[in-house]
Design a binder for this molecule. Structure first.
Ligand SMILES: Cc1ncc(COP(=O)(O)O)c(C=O)c1O
Length: 456
């Protein structure tokens, strides 16, 4: 064995380790190492080639407050010097405080939290709580969803091509459509549709055994990776009524849409709907340390005073992660980032609509706050998608990856490699008008790659 303190670390060594020793997520394993990031600050990051680039994805919608905020780094260092972590059977100060802080910022009587390490784990905990609380196995999820990478979370991620290789099991899953008005699965047009998609859920719950068999439904309030799908305003209030009618639990997966991303603390706040369970990650700690949380309403939390809570993890409520969240969350309030998200989001949406006018490949533009998507089509009139869903997991290139590559060359990262035909722009919430203009100019150039695949 080599001296472990002296592992060769020249550029070529590191590149070689990336290619031979690391599993890269959701992709064929690359023949060449990806760009190496050396540092990041605010909305920009610097790669080993010395170039500064624009982060228009907030690192998969996690770095909402921007990179390397000294207030958060200081808080983490202070906590690390006192107590990095401890067994979750005992209390720590950051964990207790975070529990209270989450009660303050979440809607309604959401009040008891299980703290984990990320979004997938937060959803796994939510589904287990649904099963344990109701004693039922059936869960509803929606096509074009992503709820995480582990087996159960991947099962819930219906209609995301990344799940096709997964052997499914465990939760008994039923899939229903999204309120995806641009491609309504019922062939309807909003508002004349009278929300057929919600009525369908009601019928499905009845046919699946209603209150006796169905435990809950999981939804992304604004669907992220599968296409920035913003529901019509009546959707969640009506879905809430269906859940109440059948006494099934509504899980709002706010992993991407939470923490100011859509211009409110949580996307559900736009419709004044209180879910029974809310899951969150990403913006809770903004990537400074991994953290996820599953928050339940009081009536659910109280039940577990008399019923065994069958879930846990060694690093549940990790003190460092909680300390990071305790430093991050007040920054949204102090720096008026949620207000900025609403204001700059409107500006970004306006600019994206201009791109739609200009580019034959942009069929639809959707967004809420700083969460804006461009749906790529071959033909604006027929709305034929620029590539099939399966393109995500096929080897080789595709029009969206070509756009992503061009963005990289021009010095910007956006969410262009996610499933579906949508390129999403989700910059950190600290962004200014000038920085949006800078990003839009790059996107304008990169979209020409997709224009080449249109039939105009
Ligand atoms: C809506 C949603 N839920 C869950 C997850 C999984 O979160 P994580 O990658 O932190 O496990 C993601 C990740 O992108 C997500 O977008």
């Amino acid at each position: 064995m080599i001296d472990l303190k002296k592992i060769p670390s020249e550029k070529t060594d590191l590149d070689n380790y990336e290619v031979e020793n690391i599993f890269h997520s959701w992709s064929y394993q690359p023949a060449q190492a990806p760009l190496r990031v050396e540092s990041a600050k605010g909305i920009r990051f610097t790669t080993a080639d010395g170039r500064e680039r624009l982060d228009f994805s907030s690192c998969f919608v996690s770095h909402n407050i921007g990179h390397q905020d000294p207030r958060v780094i200081k808080a983490i260092c202070q906590q690390a010097q006192t107590l990095a972590s401890f067994a979750p059977s005992l209390s720590t100060r950051p964990r207790s405080l975070l529990g209270k802080m989450l009660e303050e910022i979440t809607p309604g009587d959401l009040s008891r939290t299980f703290i984990s390490l990320g979004g997938t784990e937060a959803n796994e905990a939510a589904v287990k709580i649904c099963h344990q609380f109701t004693g039922r196995r059936k869960m509803l999820a929606r096509y074009r969803s992503y709820h995480g990478g582990t087996a159960t979370a991947m099962s819930l991620s219906s209609g995301d091509a990344r799940g096709w290789a997964q052997v499914l099991g465990g939760t008994d899953l039923i899939t229903v459509p999204q309120p995806y008005c641009y491609r309504c699965m019922f062939g309807q047009t909003y508002p004349a549709c009278d929300l057929r998609c919600v009525k369908y859920v009601d019928e499905v719950v009845e046919l699946e055994g209603g209150s006796e068999k169905v435990a809950g439904i999981i939804c992304e309030p604004v669907t992220g990776a599968n296409g920035i799908i913003v529901p019509p305003p009546e959707y969640f209030p009506e879905l809430r009524k269906v859940c109440d009618k059948w006494e099934i639990l509504m899980i709002a997966d706010e992993v991407m849409s939470g923490f100011g991303r859509t211009g409110k603390w949580f996307a559900m706040d736009h419709w004044d709907v209180v879910p029974d369970i809310m899951t969150m990650a990403k913006g809770i700690s903004c990537g400074y340390l991994p953290l996820g949380a599953t928050v339940v309403r009081k009536y659910i939390g109280d039940r577990f005073k008399d019923q065994f809570f069958a879930h846990g993890a060694t690093y549940a409520g990790h003190a460092l992660g909680c300390a990071a969240a305790l430093a991050v969350i007040p920054i949204y309030q102090e720096d008026l980032l949620i207000e900025n998200s609403e204001k700059m989001g409107k500006y970004l949406l306006g600019k994206a609509l201009e791109l739609q006018e200009k580019h034959p490949c942009v069929g639809d533009v959707r967004g809420l706050g700083l969460f804006v998507g461009l749906e790529l089509v071959k033909n604006k009139k027929t709305r034929e998608p620029i590539m099939p869903v399966a393109a995500k997991i096929r080897q080789g290139t595709n029009p969206k990856l070509q756009v992503a590559q061009k963005l990289g060359e021009l010095g910007m990262m956006a969410m262009a490699a996610n499933p579906g035909n949508v390129i999403a722009m989700a910059p950190p919430l600290i962004i200014t008008r000038d920085e949006i203009d800078e990003g839009i100019a790059i996107m304008d150039e990169a979209l020409k790659e997709a224009d080449k695949h249109t039939e105009s």
